[in-house]
Design a protein. Structure first.
Length: 133
């Protein structure tokens, strides 16, 4: 019922990551990024693009199982850096926020949790080093 809504937008285009473009090329031109869970949303957070996660039960289970129960919710959503809509009503709320440019909290969380300062590798190294102790 709702699957055709993105294609009925008056402006813009729906691009799928399975197209001939790379995910980096798609995100570079995106006004909104939507995905289940994955690198597209992480990239959007680093680029400070409004993003919406559309989790499904299989994805939630995979995330929970693959982290041995440590992560039950997609971290960018948990930190507020990405909106989340698991059903049509929640997606409508997400789209309304983005279209009204009510994304100050999301962009603030993106800046805080996904700093684009060239130091990500150093931060990861420090975390790994601290775990070794």
């Amino acid at each position: 019922q709702y699957s055709r809504i993105p294609y009925q937008l008056k402006n813009g285009h729906v691009m799928e990551s399975t197209s001939l473009l790379t995910s980096e090329e798609i995100n570079a031109a995106a006004a909104i990024t939507m995905s289940i869970y994955g690198t597209m949303l992480i990239q959007a957070c680093y680029l400070q693009i409004p993003c919406i996660a559309v989790p499904n039960e299989a994805g939630k289970k995979d995330l929970f199982d693959s982290t041995e129960g440590l992560i039950a919710r997609f971290p960018p959503c948990q930190t507020g850096a990405c909106l989340e809509g698991a059903n049509a009503q929640e997606l409508v709320v997400c789209f309304e926020k983005v279209f009204r440019d009510d994304t100050v909290k999301m962009k603030s969380a993106q800046k805080k949790h996904f700093p684009n300062d060239g130091q990500s590798a150093n931060r990861v190294y420090e975390v790994i080093k601290s775990l070794k102790k």
